[in-house]
Design a protein around this ligand. Structure first.
Ligand code: NAD
Length: 495
């Protein structure tokens, strides 16, 4: 069985912990690899390597850091197909989604390549007579990244490029479910020429996360995952005086006003709800149908669902792949039954679709007349189940979004510019789409939600990412009266 190891101090290290976990191909249900789970001592070795590397890396010139980042970016571009292949093999997403994920990750490296401009600092000349005040931003030290299974390449690239661009060193702890793509990314960072210890990889589970949270030499942690773990990572890390940004789960609403373009809205709902098997933190989970559009919208979504091709991610015909594990698939299917028992109308029941083989496949489901007290509405399902909630007016839709504890993304579909602008102001979420169902910001803006979707006050990547990975230092300097200078500057001399 293929074993996936850590990469510490530039060296692939077999684990001595005696602990490991299985990695599956979700399309076949077969175990394809075994991944090492780090011990406390192995995490300590990674942090020690990062701490030692920081002594020099923190002082490396901007020019050198930019050059290495460009090299890293080029290697990721060259290896896009290989990374995408690993994503499909362990996560299950279809090839187009996998390549798209790598492309979004590359955007973040490209943004980080321009970090010098963003971190120029500020200068106030003659704040008082002969006194100048200026601010520089300096790196924090060792930063750790803990990432989820659903974007095993992109989410590490939300963190790693910005962290090292700013002069920090980095320890990545990716999801144990699909560790091969992040492993290749860290190998490519070595190949690009980042000195040993600048980028380290430890695989593992809670033991590794807890040691990173408790290690005195870890200055900052970036986390992306489910809300309960995000809350735990934030409260535990900040209690130990670490800087923490922890992005959590989501329940994203798509509001469709009666004047919306029906075909555009239905296409968007289907791709945003069922793409990547609904395992996206920006997936649309609830369609809020306002007024008379509800009936034709449900019908239009249903028609499109019937044409959706579900199959292995490496089959070019597939539009949706399997779920990540059999347990998760069964949990998601359970919500369809719970919704029906609670009184929702099951328009399409994904549990009825059968698949050959032992892959973790589930058909797509659509539930209509869902109400906000049903578990299918309150819980993050993270699978191919879309709920439709019918409301009479705009204010009910906006109120529902505000009352939901999550606040990651939301979207509105309308032809009315005034309504869209009002929604942009009213929406209680960190990322808003206008006729765009999944408004993931480009790499030069920043990504993050509100409420239970973000713990901490700095969002991920873009300008806020650079802010997170640096701390300000303000220098106040007084200069002597130019007339007392030892060089004759042409001023009348005082002495
Ligand atoms: P998860 O919370 O189970 O795992 C995330 C990371 O935390 C993994 O590295 C895992 O090893 C670690 N972890 C798991 N249990 C832990 C514990 N008890 N103690 C310490 N560490 C632990 O999340 P997941 O299932 O891998 O990913 C899916 C979740 O991530 C969904 O809730 C999704 O919405 C969320 N997500 C959010 C965003 C965002 O930007 N807000 C992006 C992607 C995914």
């Amino acid at each position: 069985m293929h074993q996936i190891h850590h990469l510490i101090d530039g060296v692939t290290a077999g684990s001595a912990s005696g602990r490991s976990g299985p990695v599956f191909d979700p399309a076949t249900g077969e175990q394809t690899a075994q991944v090492d789970f780090a011990s406390v001592e192995e995490v300590d070795a990674a942090v020690a390597s990062a701490r030692a590397a920081f002594e020099e890396w923190g002082t490396v010139s901007i020019a050198r850091r930019v050059k290495l980042l460009y090299g890293f970016r080029n290697l990721i571009v060259e290896h896009t197909d290989e990374i995408a292949h690993r994503l499909t093999a362990e996560h299950g997403k279809v090839a187009d989604d996998a390549r798209g994920e790598v492309a979004r990750g590359i955007e973040n490296i490209e943004f980080a390549c321009g970090f010098a401009d963003s971190l120029k600092g500020t200068y106030s000349e003659q704040a008082s007579t002969g006194v100048d005040v200026y601010t520089v931003r300096q790196p924090l030290g060792v930063c750790a990244g803990i990432t989820p299974f659903n974007f095993p390449a992109m989410v590490p690239l939300w963190m790693l490029p910005n962290a090292v661009a700013c002069g920090n060193t980095f320890v990545l702890k990716p999801s144990e479910r699909d560790p091969s793509a992040p492993r290749l990314i860290v190998e490519l960072a070595q190949e690009a020429g980042f000195p040993p210890g600048v980028v380290n990889l430890v695989n593992g589970d809670k033991v590794a996360v807890d040691r990173l949270l408790g290690h005195p030499d870890v200055a900052a942690l970036s986390f992306v995952g489910s809300t309960p773990i995000a809350r735990y990572v934030y409260t535990t890390g900040t209690a130990q005086s670490k800087r923490v940004q922890a992005l959590g789960g989501a329940k994203n609403h798509m509001v469709v006003l009666p004047d919306a373009d029906l075909n555009l809205a239905a296409d968007a709902a289907v791709s945003a709800a069922y793409g990547s098997a609904g395992e996206r933190c920006m997936a649309i989970s609830v369609v809020v149908a306002v007024g008379e559009i509800a009936d034709p919208l449900v019908e239009a979504i249903k028609l499109r669902m019937e044409k959706l091709v579900i199959g292995p991610g490496n089959d070019p015909a597939s539009e949706m792949g399997p779920l990540i594990t059999a347990e998760h698939r069964d949990r998601v299917a359970g919500y369809v039954g719970a919704g029906a028992d609670a009184g929702a109308e099951v328009v399409v029941d994904g549990r009825l679709q059968s698949f050959d083989g032992d892959g973790f496949f589930l058909g797509v489901s659509l539930l209509d007349r869902v109400t906000t007290d049903m578990s299918v509405y309150t819980d993050e399902i993270f699978g191919p189940v879309l709920s439709v909630v019918r409301v009479d007016g705009y204010h009910q839709a906006v109120g529902m979004i505000a009352d939901n504890p999550y606040g990651n993304g939301t979207a509105i579909f309308t032809r009315d510019g005034g309504a869209a602008r009002q929604f942009q102001a009213d929406a209680d979420a960190g990322m808003v789409g206008i006729n765009v169902p999944i408004p993931v910001p480009v790499g030069y803006h920043s990504f993050g939600g509100w409420g239970d979707s973000l713990f901490g006050d700095t969002t991920m990547y873009g300008p806020e990412g650079l802010h997170f990975y640096t701390r300000p230092k303000v220098i106040t300097s007084r200069w002597p009266d130019p007339s007392t200078s030892t060089v004759d500057l042409g001023f009348p001399r005082n002495d």
